[in-house]
Structure formats: C-alpha cells, structure tokens
Design a protein around this ligand. Structure first.
Ligand SMILES: C[S@@+](CC[C@H](N)C(=O)[O-])C[C@H]1O[C@@H](n2cnc3c(N)ncnc32)[C@H](O)[C@@H]1O
Length: 270
C-alpha cells in the first residue's frame, strides 16, 4: 500500500474513532437516564402492587365472610346435636374462615412438621424461645416434648381466641397477644436476655417481601448470634430469599406427613 493511501486510511480510522467516542457518551447518558427512570418507576410500581394486594385481600375476605356465617351456623348445630366439645381442628377452621390470610392454613400443623421445626431449637442455648403464630399449639407441644421448660416460652399470637386457649394450656408460658410484624416493640418488656431461637408458624407469603425481611432482621436483633429463625412453608420456594448478607440458610427435607406437605427453613446470622 502506498504512503498516501495509508495516511488516508489512518485519517478515516481517526474519524471513526471520534464518531464512536461521541456515540459512546450519548449512549452512556441514555443508559443513565433509563436507570434513573427505572428507579423512579420502581417505587411507584411497588406501591401499586401493594395497593392491588390490599384490594384483592379485602375482596377475598368479604366473600369469605358470607361463607363463614353459613358454616358457623352449621358447626354450632352439629355441636349441639351431637353434644361434642370443640377440638383444635374446628377452632382452626373457624379462625381460617374469619381471617384466612392471618390464619394461613385450614388445619393445625401435624406432629411430624411440628417436631421437625422444634428439632432446630437447641435447648442448651441460654435464653427464652419465641414462637410466632402458635395457633392452637402443635409446635409449642413439640418444643415441650423435647424438654424445653414451659417458662422459657414466649408465644406471640394475633388471635385473641388462640391466646385464651394457649394461656389455659400453658400457664407457665408468656403469651403475648399482638402483631408479630412489630416484634421488637412487642417484646421490649418481655425478653430478659437475647433469645435462644425463634420458631415461626406465620403465613409469611401473605406479606410483602420487605415486611418478611424486616421481621427476620428484628428477630436476629432479639436473639444471640447464631441462634435459629425457624419457619415452615407449604410453598416450593424459600419464604425469605436465600442469599442474604452474613446470613446462613438451610432447609429440611419436605415433610410429606403433613397436610399439605411442608418444608422447614432455618436462617442464622453470626
Ligand atoms: C398457619 S397458622 C400456624 C399455627 C400453628 N403454629 C401450627 O403450626 O398449626 C398461623 C398462625 O399465625 C397467627 N398469626 C398470623 N399473623 C400473625 C401476626 N401478624 N402476629 C401474630 N400471629 C399471627 C395466626 O393467628 C395463626 O395462629
């Protein structure tokens, strides 16, 4: 190639390079604008999803209210006719009809699931043991069954009917009636030292992720380092994402001897 044509080629290359640099800047600015726009829209989108969630929840609860009244009448008639006493299943179904998203299940956990959950609690670790959403107490029973002193139990339950039942069944335990999603203020006066573990039967998936995460980190703040946060779920995926900074996560085998089958997830922070 002759010298002039080489020079021409160089000039052309230089031009292309400058053009590319100009376009690159514009392109980067465009990407930056899109990121900003996305961030702005993300907030609005999250708020919209939460609003939709609340609207659907209300509609669902209204529909069930009608059904609830009919079934309540039938249960009462059945009890009168047969002269039987309420058992835990009926109490649970009643509660589910009243507040399906709070109760989260139509029947109490079976023994196999309750034992799997309780087994993650190390009784030799000092401190109280917090149970969230004990309902009629199958997991409480499993904790006692593995030798936990009833006086070490702090049972946090939303439903007043379940609270009355728990107080009658476990008089030595501390029953706190309230919202587990406000755990820290709720237990401020109750905990004497960092807790040895939290066992949760809450229907976590009925709450947005940010509430689930807040609950987990409030629980960590109330426990000694390395203590477990034990949660069961009927879902196929973890109730709280597995990749969290400084948090180790493990899962049990699926417990098939439960209706419906469930899995237990355990979160620990050192
Ligand atoms: C799926 S049931 C589990 C009950 C019991 N642990 C079992 O395994 O059978 C969920 C329980 O959590 C309670 N619960 C739901 N939301 C709650 C909240 N925000 N605070 C405290 N308890 C709650 C319900 O009243 C219900 O007793």
């Amino acid at each position: 190639m002759s010298l002039p044509s080489l020079q021409l080629l160089e000039q052309e290359l230089e031009k292309q390079k400058r053009r590319f640099e100009l376009r690159k800047d514009a392109f980067e600015r465009r990407i930056e604008r899109h990121i900003q726009l996305f961030e702005q829209r993300k907030g609005a989108f999250e708020r919209k999803i939460e609003q939709q969630f609340e609207t659907h929840k209300k509609k669902f609860e209204q529909k069930l209210d009608t059904q609830k009244k009919k079934i309540e009448t039938r249960i009462r008639r059945f009890e009168q006719k047969n002269g039987i006493r309420l058992d835990d299943e009926v109490r649970f179904i009643r509660s589910w009809f009243g507040k399906p998203l709070t109760t989260g299940a139509v029947t109490p956990s079976g023994k196999a699931l309750a034992r799997t959950m309780a087994a993650y609690i190390d009784g030799s670790r000092p401190g109280q043991i917090i149970e969230l959403g004990p309902g009629t107490g199958p997991v409480t029973e499993a904790l006692l069954g593995q030798g936990v002193e009833p006086s070490r139990l702090v049972l946090v339950e939303f439903e007043p009917t379940f609270c009355r039942l728990l107080r009658a069944r476990y008089p030595a335990a501390t029953v706190v009636q309230g919202d587990a999603y406000a755990l820290k203020p709720l237990l401020r006066e109750v905990l004497q030292e960092p807790a040895a573990g939290v066992v949760s039967g809450l229907p976590l998936f009925t709450k947005p992720l940010r509430m689930r995460l807040r609950l987990l980190f409030e629980a960590f703040a109330l426990m000694s380092p390395g203590a477990p946060f034990v949660q069961f779920t009927y879902n196929a995926v973890a109730p709280i994402p597995k990749r969290l900074d400084r948090v180790s996560v493990e899962a049990s085998e699926r417990v098939w001897m439960n209706i419906p089958p469930a899995r237990v997830w355990v979160y620990r922070r050192d």
